[in-house]
Design a protein around this ligand. Structure first.
Ligand code: TMP
Length: 252
């Protein structure tokens, strides 16, 4: 069989040319990075969990009318997605203060924000994804003001969906990051949610105990990352109970 064409390899995923024009195969790696890849590890099983969880969230978004790039899951580590032009922004939505917002503004982690706050970072690893304003985005032509109206609306719709779904399983969505892509249907351009939605790109805290169930477990050395992600998957009912490879067992 011919080798697949790799389009791009990022820190946590690889994109291959898809089987039909306009499609891409998105492969989830086990690599974990933090602090702009200063901290790195391979965490067995992370890719499988994120593939499943991103499928779960993107499928739900598609079903409630928020367009995403997701087409279907192909196997344990791969999903078929619609090819799109990624707007070079990390779109961050925050419901509670944490991480860089807490640091920047001196707000204690966990403080509820008066309303969801949407921030934009320019996607550039060499610069460490700096925070930018809509002025920068328009002036440098990364997206038009009309695009940004749609980006904001998509971000808030994703927030409503995610916070509701996760509330149902006892998890608080503190904040998350999404990426938005452009697709063309004939002469018309549309924006869709792309990349991934997984515990790598969200802060998820248990509502009762405050336990962290996201990549902060890795960033801050708080325990097993796969245990945390498996707990999210278990609560959402998206993982088979036993994901370990075991010896065959006799069924009586
Ligand atoms: P921050 O508090 O570090 O700015 O992160 C805000 C949210 O965005 C958090 O849920 C983690 C997510 N995020 C990413 O997915 N990728 C990144 O490169 C960064 C910095 C944050």
């Amino acid at each position: 069989m011919a080798r697949r064409t790799k389009i791009y390899e990022g820190k946590a995923k690889i994109m291959y040319e898809g089987p039909e024009p306009g499609t891409i195969v998105q492969y989830f790696k086990d690599d974990a990075t933090a602090f702009n890849a200063e901290k790195k590890a391979v965490i067995e099983g992370k890719g499988v969990l994120n593939n499943r969880l991103s499928e779960y969230f993107m499928t739900g978004l598609n079903l409630v009318g928020v367009p995403t790039h997701f087409i279907r899951r192909l196997n344990m580590r791969e999903q078929l997605v619609r090819s799109c032009e990624i707007i070079p922004l990390e779109v961050i939505v925050r419901n509670f203060a944490a991480g860089s917002l807490s640091k920047r503004l001196g707000i204690e982690e966990g403080t509820q924000l008066p309303r969801p706050i949407v921030e934009y970072c320019y996607k550039d690893d060499a610069l460490g994804d700096p925070l930018v304003s809509e002025e920068h985005i328009a002036a440098f032509g990364w997206a038009s003001p009309q695009d940004m109206d749609d980006v904001l609306s998509l971000a808030l719709r994703v927030n409503d969906f995610l916070t509701g779904v996760m509330y149902g399983v006892g998890i608080r969505v503190v904040d998350f990051k999404i990426e938005i892509g452009r697709v063309y249907d004939g002469d018309f351009q549309r924006l869709i949610v792309a990349d991934e939605i997984s515990p790598d790109s969200c802060r998820l805290w248990d509502i009762e105990t405050g336990q962290k169930l996201d990549k902060d477990v890795f960033r801050r050395d708080l325990g097993s990352l796969t245990d945390a992600y498996s707990e999210v998957a278990r609560r959402l009912g998206v993982m088979p109970k036993n994901t370990q490879v075991t010896k065959p067992t006799l069924i009586n």
